[in-house]
Ligand binder design. Sequence first.
Ligand code: PLP
Length: 380
Amino acid sequence: MTIYLDHNATTALDPAVFEAMRPYLIEHHGNPSSIHSPGRIARTAIDNAREQVADLVGAHPTQLIFTSGGTEANNLALNVLACREVGTFCVSAIEHPAVLEPAYQWQARGWELELVPVDANSIVDKFAVAKMLRRKPVLLSLMMANNETGTVQPVESLAHQAREHGVIVHTDAVQAAGKISVDFNALGVHLMSLSSHKIYGPKGVGALVVDKALDIPPLLLGGGHEKGRRSGTENVAAIVGFAKAAELARDQLDRRSRHTLDLRNRLESALNTIAGVHIIAETAQRLPNTTLIAVSGVEGETLLMSLDAKGIAVSSGSACASGDTEPSHVLRAMGLDDSLAQSTVRVSFGKDSTQAECDAAIVAIRELTQMSQKMASVAW
Ligand SMILES: Cc1ncc(COP(=O)(O)O)c(C=O)c1O
């Protein structure tokens, strides 16, 4: 059995989520736009799901647009620029590619893109943001928690500052939701992206939460679903699954968070005793489940493959960038030395991870580190 320690990449479907979805995969196959009773059953399921997902982040159900996942939610959020006069917008340098790539597209269409720098812990530079805000950008996009390092960003204070300048604020909360408390209104953001498969829900479904006062042009045009904001027949079973996952995440937030933090602390205390192992952004406020480690002199990909051979699944840098041997844009933005940046692996615990799995990872990392250090000294 694989020891799966890559929960920031994706999570397994919770059996309770599967049970909630099952009737909508088989029995209740109606189209929610149909007005007959099978259609109405599907519509009611979506309405209920909207309430449950909104509840996870303290939003109003009418503020939610269901999407095909976090990527679409981020693309849609940036589409807020589509109906505004061309100007400047700001995006943090450590955003997920699902924000950065659309941002580059907007730049190619004539918008001026300002990348917000981060410090050595991958926390955005507040002074740089304050300076940028004085230029009255149209939008500021700042993720709540980074998928690679796990660092939690000061979204609330910056969002309130940005609002004073009339700036629209988007936060990608895909990694934060279900791991730390996330409150749409308290944060003071206008737009928030969510994804189901990071919280034990099905893949291919997510949501964008939108401030009621904000007009956002749709990416997909068609039958006018989601009140014209996202056309396409709804994936009812997936939406129901997302909602069940959101309900469980909200109810179990404290337990999951304490559990993963205990495991992470156990892992980090052990790794701190191994020469050549560094924990990245160790002193920063991070997601409770995430640790990014660098092992001097060992390629991250090599470490990942060696751990995989021992039945332990972790990720090197961003899951989406895996297979890419270049240091990730996040580690570059932090100013991490290139050779150390190439030596990183991310361990991300989940609600069902165990102490035994954590200990197996410690033993394997220790063995691999010591073995490669021995080989390096022989080579000298
Ligand atoms: C921070 C962040 N944003 C967005 C996404 C994309 O979400 P999805 O896989 O649902 O498209 C991910 C996925 O890894 C992510 O970590």
